[in-house]
Design a protein. Sequence first.
Length: 464
Amino acid sequence: MKALRYIIPVSLILAACEALDQEPSTSVTTDTAITSVEDLANAVNGAYYVATYGTILTVASEMSIYADLVGPDSYQPASSGQSATRLAQFSMTPADTYNIYFYLYAALASVNNALVQAQQLEDQAAAAPYVAELYAMRGLFHFHLATYFAPLPTSGSTNEMGIVLSDKVFDINYIGERATLSDTYAFIISDFTKAIDSGLNQERNPGHLNYWAALALRARANLYNGDWEAALDDAEEVIENSPYTLYTTDNYTKVWSVTGADEMLMEYIQTDTYNAQRYAPGYYTSPRGYSEYGVSPAFYAWLTQNPSDVRSQMAADMTAAPGSDPDFNAGYYPLKYPGNAGASVPAYVNNIKVIRLSEMYLIAAEAALKAGGSAAPYVNTLRRNRITGYEDVEAVTLNDILDERRKEFFAEGQIAFDFWRNGMTVYGNAMTISADDYRTVLPLPEEEIDLAKGKLVQNPGYGN
């Protein structure tokens, strides 16, 4: 891989610090730049900024809804020729995926530089919380890359290639090789574990990876990796001991414009000056935007068949345009991107939901079921907070859990992964994609393949 040791422009760091209310830094990636804990704090913010840079095909734009676009419950009310449609149609080529790859690896380079320089600070106790967060960030950014560019470990794919691991500061001419899939997930889990084992950052801190977010993400990684007992243990600790609480039937419809809501373990914060603009998920889910992500008519009918379930209110029938508005694309749309409170352009400014407390209940349910235990208590608790007049059930199946995930997490970038990691086929978008189909994995960008001179192997099916 090329240039893992990036120098981040001063303008990007200033923008990052402004967006996250930190004092500006002049630079955070040279060998002598981080000379104080304040500099280290700014370096953390700078790495978040690079990972979520406001442009096409990043984790703050189309990739935040990628698993929905390729999932069973979406369709395109309009086709504006943007990347969301190409993702939904499984037509991305190696010429299209550079941004997805570049910005996450650039952010990882920033994380690694900060980790190296943090070791030289005099006040190690004050630096320690930021170091723990940096390890969690490194785990998460690798996790994003693994879900995009490598198979899910439990999918049944014969492709055993993982991703290039960015575990240190590399020379500018370094060319990386792909780790195995098992080594990739071991590394991701190890980095989350480093953050967790520190015991630091247990207070709520919106927009930052704290102890509980690292634990929750490790639960997800363990579930994806097929380690049911570890996933269950992590999910239960978050459920039982974290300072987060489930949304309820009273507030569920109101939380989507709120930063730091009750069960939001981790979100990428967006502001008026720091967002992906027309590439933001809110613009793709707007009938007056690109309108390339709507929920399918069948999903809408299924979701809304029980009006006692508050989640039935999170999608809207907009099949009738108001008046003769030529800019209105009729369809069924998710309502999870209403705009942050006070946003000047609501379709642009919506925090990107990375992981919520409700997922811990469904991870615990699935892991418990697969480990031979009972999933019902976890599902019952979640449903009691979603369905008015709900009565507990004695048992649930894997399909029940996956249906619960479809209701709970649609438009939050998870659904196709849920199917494929369980070896299931996705039927939707007039296409059938089995869990071992090569198209469940995106192609590495051709620029990286060309520069690697044979060391970096392309995913099967993309011209190898």
